[in-house]
Design a protein around this ligand. Structure first.
Ligand SMILES: Cc1cc2nc3c(=O)[nH]c(=O)nc-3n(C[C@H](O)[C@H](O)[C@H](O)COP(=O)(O)O)c2cc1C
Ligand code: SF4
Length: 356
């Protein structure tokens, strides 16, 4: 595991290994006020203790109207800062840096009136969603909310923020020209929405505060993902965490003989065109695979998501050569319903208790 445990830097920030815990919303924990509860603090403390090099905290909403679910953490008002500070304090005490993912759900939201760059209809879990084309005023209001959220994240002590720019949410809706059909400058330049937010955040926070993005690789094609990555780098983005974009309106691709997910291949392709750190994600199940991906693709970090939900100590166990457990890829992840019922976690604990 030569590369997996090799330290590196994102800007000034030293990262002790190449394992990043990506953002994962803890459903059913938080009330409608979006404020941090005790369980959130203990969850992140335990993850930090588990030895990862970096944590990116779950999607935290910049606008109460832009939540993906009613029980999502929020950063739309100052009174939410104190709770967030407690998460940061707990994680820093364990010697781990933490970024906050800032998010607006757009047409994928849970509110009554859903915003989207253009009028757009989609089906989500059998339910029809209608996104309403945003006015320029609405665009500027949401951009403002992202900038204010980043400033609050800085005040709460985070080491940086990650703009949520993928997974069918608002920023991704702007990037994807099959969803964003505007004829104004926000449609002619699909990256403009994100770039303006990035540039404004940079002006509001000190130089050493990290600002990265979770970006769709296929938006709709890999060539678009590469183009967006290059433009973002030119405008000062500090890292690129590459995931799926607006699925259903994308054209994923990878060589037939590539042994991992197409999105991991895409992260490697993007890395060939930029010099900022690039992260790869999706279904990385064990340390050997993680090492091979670092080696084969040239990316800088691997995200271990559900693997860490199964086993908070994934990174330490990987380093010590122990069984890290594995996500069983349940039809519906129980962490979206009742985390106690995570099948991978139950299996790992049983094996450990019985010495199987
Ligand atoms: C319960 C759950 C919540 C998630 N929440 C987020 C989120 O808040 N933001 C995000 O960008 N991705 C989110 N994801 C996606 C993960 O960050 C990750 O990309 C995905 O699980 C694939 O990686 P893995 O195979 O290592 O789990 C979530 C995934 C799960 C299982
Ligand atoms: S509930 Fe299933 S899919 Fe979710 S982390 Fe656990 S084993 Fe993986």
């Amino acid at each position: 595991m030569k590369r997996l445990f090799e330290p590196f830097y994102i800007k000034h920030l030293k990262i002790k290994n190449r394992i990043c815990v990506p953002p994962m919303v803890c459903y059913n924990w938080v009330k409608e006020d979006g404020c941090v509860v005790h369980k959130n603090i203990e969850h992140y403390r335990a993850i930090a203790r588990g030895g990862a090099g970096l944590i990116i905290q779950e999607a935290t909403c910049v606008d109460p109207e832009g939540k993906l679910s009613k029980d999502q953490l929020g950063i739309w008002e100052d009174r939410q800062i104190d709770g967030l500070k407690e998460i940061v304090g707990a994680v820093h005490e364990e010697g781990c840096p933490i970024f906050l993912q800032i998010h607006h759900a757009g047409v994928n939201g849970s509110g009554e009136y859903l915003l989207c760059p253009s009028d757009y209809e989609m089906d989500k879990d059998g339910e029809k969603r209608i996104g309403h084309e945003m006015t320029k005023e609405q665009i500027h209001k949401v951009q403002d909310q992202f900038v204010k959220a980043a400033v609050r994240a800085y005040e709460a002590g985070y080491d940086g923020v990650e703009l949520h720019g993928c997974h069918r949410y608002m920023m991704c809706e702007f990037f994807n020209s099959r969803v964003n059909k505007r004829t104004d400058e926000y449609g002619r330049h699909p990256e403009k929405f994100a770039l303006e937010i990035l540039e404004r955040i940079k002006k509001e926070v000190p130089e050493n505060f990290v600002v990265g993005i979770r970006l769709g690789a296929f938006e709709p094609a890999l060539a678009d993902g590469i183009r967006h990555a290059k433009i973002l780098e030119k405008h000062g983005i500090n890292f690129l965490d590459i995931s799926y974009g607006f699925s259903g309106e994308d054209k994923p691709e990878a060589p037939k003989d590539f042994p991992y997910k197409d999105v991991i291949h895409a992260a490697g392709e993007i890395k060939k065109h930029v010099s900022v750190p690039v992260f790869a994600v999706n279904s990385i199940t064990d340390a050997r695979m993680a090492e091979d991906i670092l080696e084969r693709t040239g990316v800088d970090m691997v995200d271990i998501g559900r693997g860490v939900l199964v086993n908070y100590n994934w990174a330490i166990d990987a380093r010590e050569g122990r069984n890290t457990g594995r996500c069983l890829h349940c039809k519906e992840c129980q962490w979206r319903i009742d985390a106690e019922k995570c099948a991978g976690r139950v299996l790992l604990n049983r094996k450990r208790n019985t010495g199987e």
